[in-house]
Design a protein around this ligand. Structure first.
Ligand code: ZN
Length: 426
């Protein structure tokens, strides 16, 4: 039986989303949270804000870290995350496009389908290399942005019916790509079944997702929010795709989003044989304890220790009269603020380069989001680096603030103070 709270959210899970083994274990209850991307206009600050329980579970059969999928689909339709805003992501997608067209397609004959194509950044890079492209995305405001760039997009949630329609209208796909999307999918079976249907016999499925190994090693609890219903390891991807007649043939670590992986999957009958890296990874994940309950007990303790350490540091700074602000109005930052209980009495504002977020307030904590120029104009004494996964890029862009004596406080993986000298070293 599933339990239901007053808010309608499930506290527990009946079965693993990936391998269907029963009763994944609850290891980190984070409490009630609003949607991490639910930024608010000032006029709505007094209205009740819907919250949902955020409870991290793990399946010890396949290693999939997951939360119950409690959020009605319509809640995500005005999605604010637009990756083009980040230089790191622009370079990343250009490299991925080169890898897909040159390596996986031998130069570009065939169709590349990007599921969860967002504003079309990746498909634009594929298009420049001469391959045929098609995007799939359910977020209507984002689909408009992709279409403005001339990218053809199917506006839909992906599943077997959408796959069948694409095959009818465009033929099977040589490459199906899904970046930063697979871990958003609550009902994973129809999605993967759709991919199996969409792929050509010699096709490949490329998945990019944050990597559970990094999350666990670096205490990245802030990567857990309602949109991220799953945190995959190679073990859990492998178990899952095998249920749909596919297998993992290669895997590679990526530095984006605090540590991600690119996994190449192919139909079991395809001529590709798995690279040696695949077995090495699976072994490393077992050795890291991803299938052991004790690993997740340690994770919970580490998360609470870092929370206490940061709150003590911030408390001391405030006592000394130092003025604090934040940088990076990211979804992960909102998980951290709401779990730690940090609000506008502590952070005067949070700066972010994404113009869509400027002028809005963060969900739950209600901290105003402002333009990055405020760092130099207002010169807060310390800035909590909420988008710590983009630390190098942000420190480089904010050199004038650091040179004027400003400091960044990094909350994760370890609590540390970054000043101008450390930034110059790094
Ligand atoms: Zn499982």
């Amino acid at each position: 039986m599933t339990e239901r709270t007053a808010g309608g959210g499930r506290e527990s899970m009946d079965a693993c989303r990936g391998c269907r083994a029963p009763d994944p274990e609850l290891f980190l209850p984070l409490g009630e949270h609003p949607l991490a991307n639910g930024f608010l206009e000032e006029a709505r600050l007094d209205e009740p804000e819907p919250t949902f329980p955020l409870n991290a579970h793990v399946c010890l059969e396949c290693g999939l870290i997951q939360i119950p999928d409690n959020v009605p689909a319509g809640f995500f339709e005005d999605y604010v995350y637009v990756p083009s805003a980040s230089e790191t992501m622009q370079r990343h997608f250009d490299e991925l496009a080169a890898s897909v067209v040159d390596r996986l397609m031998d130069g570009g004959d065939g169709l590349v389908v990007d599921i969860g194509c967002n504003d079309g950044l990746f498909l634009e890079a594929v298009d420049r290399r001469g391959a045929a492209t098609l995007g799939v995305d359910p977020a209507s405001n984002i689909v408009e942005r992709a279409r403005e760039k001339g990218i053809e997009v199917v506006e839909a949630y992906f599943g077997p019916e959408t796959a069948a329609r694409i095959v009818r209208e465009h033929g099977p796909a040589r490459v199906v790509v899904t970046t930063n999307t697979y871990h958003h999918v609550g009902d994973l079976d129809p999605f993967t079944q759709g991919v199996a249907r969409l792929l050509a016999d010699d096709g490949v499925f490329v998945i990019e997702v944050p990597r559970a190994l990094d999350l666990v090693r670096e205490h990245q609890f802030d990567g857990i929010y309602h949109e991220h219903v799953s945190q995959f390891s190679l073990l859990s991807v492998s178990e899952h795709v095998e249920r749909f007649g596919m297998r993992v043939v290669d895997a590679e670590a990526l530095p984006v989003h605090g540590g991600s992986m690119r996994v190449i999957v192919a139909p079991v009958d395809a001529p590709l044989s798995p690279a040696p890296a695949v077995d090495d990874w699976l072994e490393a994940e077992r050795e890291a304890g991803l299938l052991e309950a004790a690993t997740y007990d340690r994770f919970r303790r580490s998360v609470r220790e870092r929370r206490d350490e940061l709150l003590e540091l911030i408390g001391g700074l405030r006592e000394r009269g130092r003025r604090l602000a934040g940088y990076g109005a990211s979804a992960r930052g909102n998980t951290l603020l709401n779990y730690y209980g940090i609000g506008p009495d502590t952070l005067a504002w949070i700066a972010d380069r994404n113009e869509l977020k400027q002028g809005l307030y963060t969900p739950g904590a209600h901290v105003p989001v402002v333009e990055p120029e405020r760092l130099v104009a207002d010169r807060p004494d310390d800035v909590l680096l909420l988008a710590w996964n983009f630390a190098d890029e942000i420190l480089e862009q904010q050199r004038p603030y650091l040179e004027a004596g400003g400091r960044f406080l990094q909350p994760i993986p370890e609590v540390q103070i970054l000043d101008g000298e450390e930034a110059a070293d790094g």
